[in-house]
Design a binder for this molecule. Structure first.
Ligand SMILES: [Zn+2]
Length: 230
């Protein structure tokens, strides 16, 4: 059994690789994300390299090996299933489950995980819209446009929110900006760095900063009448 520290490193490297299309992850970045000293991260990355879990290139960074990636995907699977379980079964708010899952992801047994997966109906995404890797470590990772870059004046469904900050998630909730909601981007103002969004269910408009809009991923909804039967 890898220690929870090892699991945290592997998961963090996997998430960074997903954001950077598989490039080497600088150890400085790993240190910053795990809030440890750069020397600590470098030493740990070397240990992981000795165990065959990462490839380490001094001065440029690290990348997961196949076995490191499998372990990391399994941690991510536990994390995301736990989050969904806490929301769906235990009735917790989506803004408060990330911290709990950070702990539980290291201790949930495979047996419990299988049972949770069953109870939830083998879900594909967690409460934030993040894809849940399946039991064999396969994860769907579709690239989606964000509210900063999607088409204007078109109905979009919120698919995923790439931020776990509790205050930000509560704000999104208060504005109806949660996965599954339908929104239309009405305008972007570069001078003020704001995006104006209409939230379909509520009918009102809300203004988001460019930074906030960039964290919300959407998919175009098909126009009515253009749906094709398979
Ligand atoms: Zn989380």
């Amino acid at each position: 059994m890898p220690t929870s520290t090892v699991e945290d490193y592997l998961k963090q490297i996997l998430l960074a690789q997903q954001r950077a299309a598989g490039k080497l992850v600088p150890t400085g970045q790993i240190a910053a994300e795990l809030k440890v000293a750069p020397g600590t991260a470098t030493a740990m990355v070397k240990t992981l390299a000795d165990s065959g879990l990462v490839e380490h290139q001094p001065y440029s960074g690290a990348r997961l090996t196949d076995s490191g990636r499998q372990l990391a995907l399994h941690v991510l699977r536990r994390h995301r299933l736990v989050e969904l379980f806490l929301v769906k079964v235990m009735g917790m708010d989506w803004s408060e489950v990330h911290g709990e899952a950070e702990q539980l992801e290291h201790v949930i047994s495979d047996r419990l995980l299988v049972r949770m997966d069953e109870m939830l109906g083998f879900p594909a995404v967690d409460p934030h819209g993040d894809p849940i890797p399946d039991a064999s470590g396969v994860v769907a990772d579709k690239q989606l446009p964000t509210l900063l870059a999607c088409a204007l004046d078109a109905s979009m469904q919120i698919e995923r929110v790439a931020d776990q900050d509790a205050a930000f998630l509560r704000f999104l909730d208060s504005q109806g900006l949660t996965p599954g909601s339908t929104v239309v981007v009405r305008g972007r103002e570069p001078a003020a760095e704001t995006v104006t969004i209409e939230v379909e269910e509520r009918g009102g408009q809300v203004s988001l900063s460019f930074a906030a809009a960039a964290k919300i991923m959407v998919a175009a909804l098909r126009e009515e009448g253009s749906q094709q039967e398979p």
